[in-house]
Ligand binder design. Structure first.
Ligand SMILES: NC(=O)c1ccc[n+]([C@@H]2O[C@H](COP(=O)([O-])OP(=O)(O)OC[C@H]3O[C@@H](n4cnc5c(N)ncnc54)[C@H](OP(=O)(O)O)[C@@H]3O)[C@@H](O)[C@H]2O)c1
Length: 365
């Protein structure tokens, strides 16, 4: 049954940028949900196009685009502006672009797209944690009515950005954020009990596909710092990536060497990490990779000794955890926990953003 107030047919034109792991999972979810949304919510999701780095597929070229985007015979060279113009159409419909790339070039287009009235949803962290001037340009562009949502940039499908937004919108005051935003580093810290060297655990995590192809991308802490910046900005604090005190777990001597050499020299990480573990134990604590933002806007990402009773000491496997300390949640912080990566849950976080936008617009044909 259509929801009350949604009896009129509603149409949202959608274009997907980046049909990689997340983008492909999203396309599957959209396709599966289209009949249900049309039936139950009178919402027609009109998939107008898919664009990758070199090629794009538009529905005007291929009516069954959604089924065939991977192997379609009909494609054009990529052109992001032409793609956006096609999705927007010229009939005043509501149109939304979903950026599932990790591309700076794509993020650079957001202010212009939003200013032109296109809504943007993304799991790409580069705009939310990139230059402040661009972030502000995005906020300014949204004043015209276009929506920008990025729930999946922090902990994938977990409701983290929305939870913070709801706290603030209802008049609560943020006092601090503490989080474990890297599933890889959470797993490594959980398993690092001294029974085997850190390098052996890292090799295991790499073989299991828990790390990025180059594990330094996880160990550097940069990705975690980006998530902290996104949350700080959500709370209205103009934090820049450069202001986050990030402790990299990669020894300087290994930071620039080729990946093969890095993997061969992994045991150089063992002594410093064994020393940190011993120091934590001497204090009766545990070692965890923690991102922190305090009430003065000071931000850090580092290995931290936590009391054995701390909630982060008992996290599961690769779970992400975030705690919001606020005026209302001051004695016992509000906590969100669960798997914080993976194409399906990330795509679902993106999809939920899309649905919130559709709902808020009352989009109509
Ligand atoms: N995977 C996860 O679990 C996860 C979790 C949270 C957030 N995210 C974020 O989600 C995004 C996608 O991740 P992913 O794992 O799906 O990456 P991926 O598999 O590498 O896919 C990236 C896609 O982006 C496309 N692309 C790159 N540059 C482009 C450009 N200039 N214009 C158009 N398309 C372009 C690529 O096309 P080509 O194939 O043609 O290069 C590819 O289809 C990233 O921002 C990532 O940080 C991922």
């Amino acid at each position: 049954m259509p929801r009350p107030g949604t009896t009129g047919r509603r149409t949202l034109a959608v274009g997907v940028i980046g049909p990689g792991r997340v983008g492909s999972a999203l396309l599957e979810q959209l396709r599966a949900a289209q009949p249900r949304l049309a039936r139950d919510q009178a919402l027609e999701l009109k998939l107008c196009g898919v664009v990758a780095s070199k090629r794009m597929w538009l529905d005007c070229d291929d009516a069954e685009l959604n089924d065939r985007h991977g192997g379609a015979q009909i494609w054009r060279p990529s052109d992001l502006d032409a793609f956006a113009a096609h999705v927007q159409g010229n009939d005043d419909r509501h149109a939304l672009l979903i950026d599932c790339s990790a591309s700076e070039a794509v993020a650079a287009h957001y202010p212009r797209w939003l200013a032109a009235g296109l809504h943007v949803v993304t799991p790409n962290k580069l705009a939310g944690s990139g230059p402040l001037a661009r972030w502000q340009a995005i906020r300014t562009a949204c004043a015209g009515g276009a929506r920008f949502r990025y729930e999946a940039t922090v902990c994938a499908g977990l409701p983290v950005v929305q939870t913070l937004r709801d706290l603030l919108d209802t008049g609560d005051e943020l006092l601090g954020i503490e989080g474990m935003f890297s599933g890889t580093l959470a797993w490594l810290c959980n398993r690092h009990d001294g029974s085997q060297p850190f390098s052996a655990l890292l090799r295991e995590a790499h073989a299991l596909g828990y790390t990025e192809p180059d594990p330094r991308a996880d160990l550097s802490g940069l990705d975690v710092a980006r998530k902290l910046v996104i949350l700080a900005r959500e709370a209205g604090w103009p934090l820049s990536l450069e202001q986050v005190d990030v402790e990299s777990l990669v020894p300087p001597a290994l930071a620039e060497v080729p990946l093969d050499e890095f993997m061969q020299r992994l045991d150089e990480l063992d002594a410093p990490l064994a020393a940190k573990l011993a120091a934590a134990r001497a204090e009766g604590g545990v070692l965890r990779h923690v991102a922190r933002l305090d009430r003065h806007g000071r931000a850090s990402v580092k290995l931290t000794v936590l009391p054995a009773a701390h909630a982060f000491a008992h996290s599961r496997l690769t779970d992400n955890v975030v705690q919001f300390s606020t005026r209302r949640y001051c004695d016992n912080p509000l906590q969100v926990q669960g798997p914080g990566a993976g194409p399906e849950v990330t795509a679902a976080g993106v999809f939920a953003d899309l649905l919130r936008i559709a709902e808020s617009l009352g989009v109509s044909a």
